[in-house]
Design a protein around this ligand. Structure first.
Ligand SMILES: *Cc1c(COP(=O)(O)O)cnc(C)c1O
Length: 635
């Protein structure tokens, strides 16, 4: 029972070590611990202390917390794994990876990645014109690559050629023949020699959510016929020496290592054949796709992966080497565009529960009244009907409730009678649930019953802003209480957000090694904040959020690890979330006009003598203060 609950039970339930990748664990004090630096696993930060400091700074939740050391660790781990494997394999090429900024374009994130990646000449990848403009300004390392993907117009190509003037290794990856037809005259006109990459459409089909990124119907890439035509065109223009890179990307979040192996062998073979035809390629770019074990199952589910980073890297390095040795061509430098794997772990959303919605929470006096309707007395008889099998009791209660609803519509039952039926119905259901705990009957609708009885914890955030993929593609993200993990969580609940949208809820939870419809959390205490964390939100979720219900971006807290600081950390920066007026302005509202309009109406009431002048001023100030304030709930 409650007394025997230990943090090991909490670990079993929430699986923090399974998805935490060594960065997250549960401390003896029952709160989440973070070890953000992979080189210093003993330096840990206590989430409780982070929360306390954020509160002491006067910051309201929800907030995105960024652990910059995790970002740096992930960059180091990926680069060093490639370097070590290349050395062990006696592979002749180098690894020169790039970070695809679409995964998280936040300036602070990109800057940190560039800084951590400098010793490895780690570069950036862009997939659109604005992303290209960002990477031009932030990748100044002349030895690092800038890979330019996505569909391109003349401005895009011209910017890329400007990059060549600045001595950057900008590789224009051709997605369509027409891009090359545009590039050749442009390069000649501007007298710049471009570096060209070719993106191949792959035959291997990845599995999972992004299976459509490869195969004949893929949106991106060149068929073999197109590649050969391009080579012909380059030869004619005396530009074949510009073709430097072969690129492919078979999809994100590759959950099965076999697909990685297949893609590598297809891509390496294509590289080798092109080399043999005299195309002087220097780089083989294997795209993104390195997965994250979001649900901690190490399996091929869409939210997991059945391999480690070491295995992935080994399959790439040894796979390419084998094909090249057989085909007797030089080993290319290897490029990967891992995005998710670099950023997913470094940020989490910390928020608080602002209320509980519970069917069994409200009670109406159910004592018998004179000449009450037979349905009311029937329902009452089901309470404490110990001679009935729980299944039978459940069926009867459900049927009485349906009949009562019909009777109400016909004007037969009164509102107080309906309230009684409702109260009794929920009481019966929760009694059945409790008796099942004790006696272990076989009960067909057990899951349905648990779902009906689960509380809804109202969480101060918007799914559409902070966890878009949980709604859009059924992504599973770990959600865990941040403290009290040494207490037994006794309330089964689902997490709902504060948007006015019934889709605004999380519908999948990690429970042990299973995915559940609801999750145990702790009983809320009066006058005590209950903080929960949603983890692994650093890839895509951080930047894809939308403005549904006009909840804007969250306040951000940037944390660095430092063992001279109390608690081994310090808050380096707090970036305030989008205020109500900023959010409104994005929808074309003029908030100054709004404030004036409201003030005018208040003044009118003051002139009529219906509001005291002082009171009028107070109301005006309050409206303006709310405009400048947060969009989320103040607790
Ligand atoms: C999205 C994308 C990536 C990043 O993929 P991850 O799965 O996040 O590593 C890399 N390359 C291209 C071309 C992409 O479109």
């Amino acid at each position: 029972m409650a007394d025997n609950w230990t943090i090991d039970d909490a670990e079993e339930l929430y699986g923090v070590n399974r998805w935490g990748a060594g960065y997250f664990s549960i401390g003896d004090n029952g709160s989440i611990q973070i070890a953000p630096n992979h080189r210093l696993p003993d330096v840990t930060i206590d989430m409780k202390e982070v929360i306390d400091e954020i509160i002491a700074e006067g910051i309201q939740f929800p907030a995105v917390i960024r652990f910059h050391d995790i970002l740096r660790s992930q960059v180091e781990i990926l680069n060093e794994t490639f370097q070590n494997t290349i050395e062990d394999a006696k592979y002749d090429g180098k690894y020169v990876g790039v970070f695809p900024i679409k995964v998280n374009q936040m300036r602070e994130v990109v800057e940190e990645i560039m800084d951590a990646g400098e010793p490895y000449n780690y570069g950036l990848e862009a997939g659109s014109k604005p992303e290209l403009m960002a990477v031009m300004a932030y990748n100044e390392n002349p030895n690092a690559l800038t890979i330019l993907n996505g569909y391109k117009d003349e401005d895009y190509l011209t910017l890329a050629l400007l990059g060549r003037h600045l001595k950057r290794k900008m590789i224009i990856v051709i997605e369509k023949l027409s891009e090359l037809e545009m590039l050749i005259p442009l390069a000649k006109k501007l007298n710049v020699e471009p570096l060209i990459g070719l993106r191949s459409k792959m035959m291997v089909r990845s599995s999972g959510k992004w299976a459509g990124s490869s195969g004949d119907r893929a949106k991106f890439g060149l068929s073999i016929t197109e590649i050969l035509n391009i080579i012909e065109m380059l030869k004619q223009e005396d530009m074949l020496h510009c073709a430097k890179l072969l690129h492919f990307h078979i999809g994100s979040q590759l959950s099965d290592i076999r697909k990685v192996k297949e893609a590598v062998s297809e891509g390496a073979r294509l590289y080798a054949k092109l080399m043999q035809m005299g195309v002087p390629l220097e780089y083989l770019d294997i795209g993104g796709g390195l997965g994250i074990d979001y649900d901690g199952t190490s399996s091929t589910t869409d939210s997991s992966r059945n391999y480690s980073t070491e295995e992935y890297v080994a399959d790439v390095v040894y796979g390419v080497k084998q094909v090249c040795d057989l085909e007797e061509v030089p080993h290319p430098n290897l490029v990967s565009e891992s995005g998710r794997a670099i950023t997913a772990h470094h940020s989490c959303v910390v928020t608080n529960i602002v209320g509980e919605i519970r069917n069994t929470g409200n009670k109406f006096d159910i004592s018998p009244a004179e000449d009450e309707h037979i349905l009311v007395s029937n329902m009452r008889e089901l309470i404490n009907a110990s001679d009935l099998h729980p299944q039978e009791c459940y069926n009867d209660a459900a049927s009485f409730k349906t009949s009562a609803y019909e009777a109400f519509k016909l004007g037969i039952l009164s509102l107080p009678e309906m309230a009684k039926i409702d109260t009794m119905y929920w009481q019966i259901l929760s009694d059945i649930h409790q008796s099942l705990d004790r006696e272990g009957f076989v009960f067909q609708e057990l899951e349905e019953l648990e779902d009906m009885l689960a509380s809804q914890y109202l969480c101060n955030f918007s799914i559409f802003q902070s966890a878009a993929d949980t709604w859009a593609i059924n992504q599973v993200l770990p959600i865990v209480p941040l403290t009290r993990l040494n207490e037994k969580p006794e309330v089964r609940c689902t997490i709902v957000d504060i948007t006015c949208d019934s889709d605004g809820k999380l519908s999948k939870y990690i429970e042990g090694t299973e995915i559940s419809d609801n999750i145990p959390m702790h009983k809320l205490k009066k006058d005590e904040q209950y903080h929960v964390g949603m983890f692994l939100t650093g890839a895509y979720q951080d930047v894809m959020g939308d403005m549904h219900n006009l909840f804007g971006r969250l306040t951000e807290v940037h944390i660095y690890c430092h063992d001279d600081e109390p608690g081994d950390f310090y808050i380096e920066e707090i970036v305030p979330g989008t205020s109500a007026e900023k959010v409104l302005a994005t929808m074309q509202y003029n908030t100054e006009y709004m404030a004036q309009a409201v003030k005018k109406c208040i003044d009118k009431e003051v002139r009529k003598g219906l509001l005291a002048p002082r009171e009028g001023v107070r109301w005006t100030d309050f409206y303006e203060k709310c405009l400048a304030g947060s969009t989320y709930l103040k607790v």
